[in-house]
Design a protein around this ligand. Sequence first.
Ligand code: COA
Length: 197
Amino acid sequence: MLETKRLKLVAFEKDDSGLVARWDESPDVRKYFFANAYALPEPEREKEMFDTWLEELEKGVACFYKVLQKKSTSGSRNKEKPIGMAGWHQTGDIPGRYELWLFIGEGNLLSKGLGTEVIKVLTESLFESYAAHTVMLCWHAYNLRGKRCYIDKCGFKYEARRREAILWEGEFYDMEIASITREEYDRLKKDGVYGDT
Ligand SMILES: CC(C)(COP(=O)(O)OP(=O)(O)OC[C@H]1O[C@@H](n2cnc3c(N)ncnc32)[C@H](O)[C@@H]1OP(=O)(O)O)[C@@H](O)C(=O)NCCC(=O)NCCS
């Protein structure tokens, strides 16, 4: 389990698949997360995505988390609440290179700094516990909220743009990629960007 000030990241269980189905209905999650990474029509797209995830989990090269919002101390919310998913996998091309992913499935909880907490705790865990050399992530170029979170708030450095790499509702869109190397992580940690969640 990983923990931040407001969140817990716990293992994602088979029984949680109903949550994914619910979050998949969220327009934000659909447009910014599930938007066709496999250039396939639905439901083939989802099957391909889940099959790839399962294969990676079985090989032990990936990790999936359910993101829980901790109990409120004010008493208005006294149960931990699942709010999204996150995880990583080894990219397989270069040793020590990991890719992160996440989504907050509850629309009313976007832009409240929770994504920043998730990215930071996962990045810390990969550098501190998995001997990562590079941690990367990618997003649809139109995801300006994601870009602000990853580049400006979490210290990821812009790496590349894959042009027209995504097909979504009949249109092609660019993907952007950013990363943090170990040297950069050490500097960010020294500067207090990491180690504060
Ligand atoms: C992307 C995501 C993980 C970021 O998490 P989050 O908790 O919303 O992000 P944060 O609040 O930490 O940071 C977002 C920042 O972007 C800003 N922002 C919001 N909309 C924006 C926009 N259209 N343009 C630029 N910045 C924007 C927010 O104000 C915030 O900045 P601030 O803290 O300076 O005010 C989350 O929004 C999400 O899950 N979105 C839906 C699915 C998704 O995009 N998944 C990621 C796929 S790569």
